[in-house]
Design a protein around this ligand. Structure first.
Ligand code: NDP
Ligand code: MG
Length: 392
């Protein structure tokens, strides 16, 4: 067993330059000798990826943006680094699929991550999933592929990591009566609803507890993130009764209620390095480099029910989950377009809801039989959302 604990694991980090990707590298730095890096990827931040290549010496690097990829290649040559920059998308998939890759951390943002998540699963990898959008749109189908190809989908999202930890000691799943999915409530938990229309991108991306990428920060402020997490939890744990609990301090990361009304919770300070270390080290516990939780210092913990009227995006996500089929793909596409437009100052804060609601009214619900079905819904929902954004 100790050999297994000390065994070196060869990993790929997709989206290594982002918030989750960088935290993953911090955890890896805490555990020197335990992990080797086969591949790091990013979209366009060649400066940060270059720094990561200097510090972590991955065997390969890949950038989706061709101009950025060219810049990275030149800098790597100039610095005499050993990392090989892949230029072709097919090579990216080949490295993910190769026997050398054991574990894939999916830390890119948006459904743009679906193709590499798909490659990881059909090649039987252990997938640590932060990129919730890819799983929300295709969870049921990806689960069936994971079963077929012997892949594991392991949650990195703090709430789902907490639920995984709460369930770890429960021998019979039938003993679980409910999941209690917690959320901080975002930056506008106590904001007067009349003031929401004037919210700026800067305000919406200033989360009170978590420091995250821009897209998920806006999602957290509208609470659609909690809705996406509801769908994510449904696919991950196959438990239907899920209650959302607002917990502004972000110390309890989620809970599981059992048939005898006992409730099991997982606690820590809000720091993504903890769920990342849990995923990287599983089934062992490895250092995360995070601070310890001091409950006496922390003070009171509060809990509320979510306000569905003030945060109607949460309702839309719940409806999409209940509808099933391609509905989660449609809501995700509409949200990605609406959030991008809001961050770009092309629409107002409350228009995010309007755009998503109009796409949900328009789409025809259908069964998902293939990954192509997902892409079709994604494309048509985006097109409709873009039209609506232009018309505002
Ligand atoms: P960031 O915006 O900080 O990072 C996104 C990463 O994805 C960057 O490395 C970016 O590269 C890369 N990327 C963006 N677009 C593409 C593309 N088209 N192709 C390849 N790579 C791309 O996001 P976060 O780290 O905050 O979030 C990542 C995912 O994790 C999201 O799905 C989010 O919902 C989820 N998550 C995040 C949490 C957090 O605390 N941040 C918590 C729980 C879940 P570049 O830097 O070059 O743009
Ligand atoms: Mg979360």
């Amino acid at each position: 067993m100790d050999d297994d604990r000390n065994r070196n694991v060869n990993i790929v980090i997709l989206g290594s330059t982002g918030s989750i990707g960088s935290s993953t590298l911090n955890v890896i730095a805490e555990n020197s000798g335990k992990f080797s890096l086969n591949l790091l990827t990013a979209n366009s931040n060649d400066e940060r990826l270059l720094d990561q290549c200097k510090n972590f010496c991955p065997k390969y690097a890949y950038m989706a943006d061709q101009a950025a990829s060219k810049r990275l290649r030149q800098k790597i040559l100039k610095e005499n680094l050993t990392t090989e920059v892949l230029t072709e998308e097919k090579d990216l998939h080949e490295i993910i699929a190769s026997d050398d890759t054991e574990l894939v951390v999916a830390a890119m943002v948006g459904v743009a991550g679906l193709d590499t998540v798909f490659t990881s699963i059909v090649n039987g990898k252990r997938l640590l999933l932060a990129n919730k959008e890819s799983y929300v749109v295709a969870g049921e189908y990806l689960n069936s592929l994971a079963d077929k190809h012997n892949a594991t989908i392991f949650p990195l999202d703090s709430e789902h990591s907490a639920i995984h930890q709460c369930l770890a000691g429960i021998k019979n799943k039938a003993d679980v009566s409910k999941i209690l999915l917690t959320g901080s409530g975002g930056p506008f938990l106590h904001t007067n609803p009349d003031l929401l229309k004037n919210i700026t991108a800067k305000e919406a991306t200033s989360h009170p507890i978590w420091k995250m990428g821009k897209k998920i920060s806006v999602d957290s402020s509208t609470l659609i993130n909690k809705g996406l997490e509801l769908i994510e939890a449904r696919w991950l744990f196959d438990i239907e009764d899920i209650e959302i609990v607002i917990h502004p301090e972000g110390i309890i990361h989620s809970m599981v209620e059992l048939n005898d009304n006992s409730v099991i919770a997982q606690l820590s300070i809000p720091d993504m390095k903890i769920p990342i270390a849990y995923g990287l080290g599983y089934p062992f516990r490895i250092p995360s480099g995070s601070k310890r939780l001091d409950l006496a210092e922390q003070g009171p913990l509060n809990f509320f029910r979510p306000d569905f009227k003030k945060f109607p995006c949460l309702n839309l996500a719940k409806e999409a989950m209940e509808c099933g089929g391609n509905a989660p793909a449609a809501i995700n596409a509409a949200n990605e377009e609406a959030v991008a437009a809001f961050l770009d100052n092309r629409i107002g804060y409350l228009d995010i809801y309007k755009i998503i609601a109009s796409v949900m009214d328009k789409i025809e619900i259908s069964v998902v039989k293939s990954i192509q079905d997902i892409y079709e819904t994604d494309n048509s929902s985006r097109e409709y959302a873009i039209q609506k954004i232009k018309a505002l």
